[in-house]
Write a protein that binds this ligand. Structure first.
Ligand code: EPZ
Length: 424
């Protein structure tokens, strides 16, 4: 087990470059199951979750090669099984993205039910509603789900909630179905557009990604292709908050400004000065201080994946801020840890009321999930003294070299081994 030891080192200054988007590369890696052709993926981040998805690809018979530090080669010339076992899915629930491609390519997919996680039950009913609408027979057994279909037939599917994963899984399945599939109330995230671009380069016919209605005309076969993964808008936002919480001045590079509009708007409301370039954003937080309210919503609303990080900032703004979390039912696990650092936060249903305090005091805290961990690191940058963030394996799932990048901006973070604490 490892932890971060963070010493407050004052405002951050300098430039940092973000990597490719975790939530784009994971479904795109799953989509390579739809072809026997050779795929080359560029701007792939070096993350635990990418390594986990590599294991999934090789489990199904795929060849995965590192061409360079961020370029990967994937080819699955023959799918050798249609089952994804518990240990693979349990390690990373995004493995569930293989269900759509497997079903479309082989006619059967037997996937261990992905468990819930710290932020919620994470059901997959909308994924299954889509597969059933395409003609698959769904059976649920001890801890697994099986979908089976001789041939998938295009259908119109209304998503009760604009689920990112369900939109992606159904979109992938529909590429090889007979006829047209329409996904209504689809998720509109940039990662959906990136997946759609990848599928269309493979020869699919996907229209409308990025809107609430996506049309997919099924085709016979898909071929291998080359694709560059979009930059990670959540990593971008995390570094913007690192500047804000330390009242620093940093330039973030390899950015798509249109993907981070809600974060830009909210930081300006807090008093930050932003300079927006073609693929860069400068955050000058020397005068930051105003409290702000926000509500998380599906894209283009404020992203739930930035809720914990923004809350860390709110703990030291002047006045009271209110955060409403509307996407996940249990995404406030970081609050108790922020309170240990001296924050003043109370929960009222799906809202958190954050009263700004003069300063945070470093102490031992523990990451409960990926973004909660990032929020605690950000709080540690501003807290007096030393903050120890435990269970940082959560953070390594979604951030490549977070401490190295922050230290290049002037932070003082050490990654150290921790003796296993055995709880009786
Ligand atoms: C994706 O998860 C992201 N993960 C999450 O990022 C992100 O928080 C989430 O989208 C929302 O933007 C990846 O892309 C790998 P959802 P996903 O289906 O697809 C409910 C991170 O930190 N729902 O849009 O699982 C669900 O319970 C991670 O990078 C159903 O009810 O999210 C939740 O309340 C965390 N039935 C809401 O929809 C379903 O069948 C949003 O979930 C599916 C979802």
């Amino acid at each position: 087990m490892e932890k971060f030891i963070i010493k407050n080192n004052g405002p951050l200054f300098g430039r940092v470059r973000v990597n490719g988007a975790k939530n784009a590369v994971l479904p795109i890696m799953a989509a390579t199951l739809l072809t026997e052709g050779e795929c080359y993926l560029e701007n792939v981040p070096n993350l635990k979750d990418v390594r986990a998805m590599k294991e999934v690809i090789t489990h199904f018979g795929g060849v995965f090669k590192d061409i360079s530090v961020d370029e990967k080669y994937i080819q699955i010339s023959k799918i050798i099984t249609s089952e994804a076992p518990y240990d693979l899915v349990q390690k990373m629930r995004a493995s569930f993205f293989v269900m759509g491609p497997l079903l479309a390519k082989t006619g059967v997919a037997k996937i261990s039910l992905p468990g819930g996680c710290a932020i919620g039950a994470r059901p997959v009913d909308l994924h299954l509603k889509g597969f059933a609408a395409l003609g698959a027979t769904i059976t649920q057994g001890q801890g697994f789900i099986e979908a089976r279909a001789e041939k998938l037939i295009g259908a119109t599917i209304y998503l009760d909630f604009p689920s990112v994963g369900a939109t992606e899984n159904i979109m992938m399945a529909a590429t090889l179905a007979e006829g047209e599939t329409i996904i209504e109330n689809a998720a509109e995230e940039p990662e959906i557009i990136d997946l759609s671009n990848f599928l269309n380069k493979m020869g699919a016919n996907v229209r409308g990604a990025g809107t609430d209605t996506i049309r997919i005309e099924g085709v016979e076969k898909l071929k291998g292709t080359r694709h560059e993964i979009i930059p990670d808008r959540i990593e971008t936002g995390t570094f913007m908050i690192a500047a804000a919480i330390t009242k620093g001045n940093i330039m973030v590079e390899n950015v798509v400004p249109t993907h981070i509009k809600p974060i830009i708007a909210k930081l300006i409301e807090c008093g930050a000065k932003l300079e927006i370039g073609e693929d860069t954003i400068r955050v000058d937080a020397s005068d930051i201080g105003n409290s702000v309210d926000l509500t998380t919503l599906p894209y283009p609303g404020f992203p739930t994946d930035m809720q914990a990080q923004f809350m860390a900032l709110m703990t030291i703004l002047d006045g009271t801020s209110v955060i409403n979390e509307t996407v996940f039912e249990n995404r406030f696990m970081h609050i108790s840890e922020l309170v240990r650092l001296g924050a003043d936060i109370r929960i009222e249903g799906h809202s958190a009321i954050v009263s700004g305090v003069n300063g945070l005091e470093g102490t031992e805290v523990v990451a409960t999930d990926l973004r909660a961990g990032a929020a605690l690191v950000l709080a540690g940058l501003a807290a007096k003294g030393e903050t120890h963030v435990n269970s940082i394996f959560h953070i390594d799932r979604g951030y490549e070299d977070l401490e190295i990048k922050l230290n290049s901006l002037g932070a003082n973070i050490k990654r150290v081994e921790v003796a296993e604490i055995i709880h009786d």
